[in-house]
Write a protein that binds this ligand. Structure first.
Ligand SMILES: Cc1cc2nc3c(=O)[nH]c(=O)nc-3n(C[C@H](O)[C@H](O)[C@H](O)COP(=O)(O)OP(=O)(O)OC[C@H]3O[C@@H](n4cnc5c(N)ncnc54)[C@H](O)[C@@H]3O)c2cc1C
Length: 372
């Protein structure tokens, strides 16, 4: 691209990749700028679950967007494979949420009720039912909930496929650390890079993940904080774990790569994204309490990364007040892979002034905050 792009997208994670792809599909000239490499942070190491039944705002305002996210992922998977040859490994998974006491079982009963009201497929099992489905679970149990509305993708392949499809459709991608905005009065006219150069552009979308809240650069400061999470990948041959099994923040799941993924942690430790021995030990303790059979498993990979979590746990999308031509695509917290296709469409609609089926709802609207 020789002339200035219509839009500069800052950040090559799932949020930026999805917005960039949607913009280029609408015929705009788009440059993506990423300071590390594509999907080198949370978007490359997330579990990749597309779960409409759990997390902040569910049941509640996030539920309909989560359902929309799944239907868009189903459309995107073949579209991206046709465009790029990359299989993002979208597949249905059966999740089994466990209860280990009467309170936990009552909670599962309440979940069954609201999920059925929402037409989500779900079955409640007693302890014997759980053990017959998953014989490796030998700890104390009162029951389990099998959820059949869940899907997952490989989050790294998904983000890479979006960026590859974006480039094949005419978008460009360049390395660079964005350290400021070019402005003409209130109008944003491009970005300044850390190497002293600048990139002019018609509009700018900030999809900078948790770093949008670090306040250390000449960029607007978002009410977003990093929430660190770690995952272990285990080699454990066998046929155990047909479900993705979870209890109180711990989960066990066999992925298409043949490895058993176990997680996770949630920590407020700033921008430190190094794997820690404390997290490894806590994940393994939770895992072995559920499934002692994994004692003999070998840890083959240990990852850590940062979720971008907003002060009200809702994404921040669209036109940013106080700046003409500046847009946000941020703050999806623990659901950034699931929600990214929805976020891409919503933000592309805001940039082009044509929202179609996906207008930005008030609960996601960037206008609910101010940005210093
Ligand atoms: C352990 C764990 C498990 C998870 N599991 C799931 C899951 O199962 N399902 C789900 O939906 N979500 C999950 N998530 C959440 C999901 O990973 C995130 O919500 C999502 O990846 C955030 O995407 P993003 O593009 O906003 O941020 P990121 O992936 O962090 O991308 C932001 C990018 O911006 C770049 N950047 C930042 N500042 C600048 C700058 N100034 N100049 C240039 N580039 C810049 C960064 O280098 C980075 O590449 C999980 C997260 C964690 C940590």
């Amino acid at each position: 691209m020789t002339s200035a792009p219509d839009v500069i997208v800052v950040g090559g994670g799932a949020a930026g990749a999805s917005v960039a792809y949607e913009l280029v599909k609408r015929g705009l000239g788009v440059t993506m700028i990423e300071r590390d490499s594509i999907a080198s942070h949370a978007s490359g190491f997330a579990y990749g679950g597309l779960f409409p039944t759990m997390g902040a705002g569910i049941p509640g305002p996030i539920l309909s967007h989560a359902k929309r996210g799944i239907s868009l992922h189903k459309r995107l998977a073949p579209e991206l494979e046709d465009a790029t040859g990359i299989d993002i490994e979208l597949r249905a998974v059966r999740s089994l949420d466990l209860a280990v006491n009467e309170d936990g079982y009552r909670h599962l009963q309440e979940s069954v009720k609201w999920q059925r009201e929402e037409d989500l497929e779900v079955d409640l099992l007693d302890a014997d039912g759980v053990r017959s489905e998953e014989p490796s679970l030998t700890g104390e149990l009162t029951g389990g909930l099998v959820q059949r509305s869940h899907f997952e993708v490989d989050s790294y392949k998904y983000t890479l496929a979006l960026v590859t499809a974006f480039e094949r459709a005419g978008g460009s991608h360049q390395p660079g650390d964005v350290v400021g905005l070019l402005r003409d009065g209130d109008r944003v006219t491009g970005v300044a890079l850390g190497n002293g150069s600048s990139v002019p552009g018609g509009s700018v979308v900030l999809a900078t993940g948790p770093w949008s809240g670090d306040g250390s650069k000449g960029l607007p400061h978002f009410p977003v904080k990093p929430k660190k999470g770690e995952i272990l990948r285990l080699r454990f041959p066998g046929r155990d774990f047909v479900h993705r099994i979870s209890l109180a923040g711990h989960y066990i799941a066999r992925k298409p790569d043949g490895l058993v993924w176990v997680g996770t942690t949630e920590e407020d430790v700033g921008f430190d994204d190094r794997p820690s021995t404390a997290a490894r030990d806590s994940i393994m303790a939770g895992t072995l309490a559920l499934a002692p059979v994994l004692e003999s498993a070998e840890i083959v990979q240990h990852t850590a990364c940062l979720r971008p979590v907003t002060s009200d746990e809702m994404p921040i999308l669209g036109a940013m007040p106080g700046y003409d031509g500046l847009f946000a695509a941020n703050g999806a917290g623990k659901k950034g892979i699931l929600l990214s296709p929805v976020m891409g469409r919503m933000v592309a609609g805001a940039v082009t002034g044509n929202s179609g089926r996906d207008p930005i709802p008030v609960e996601f609207d960037a206008a609910r905050f101010t940005y210093g």
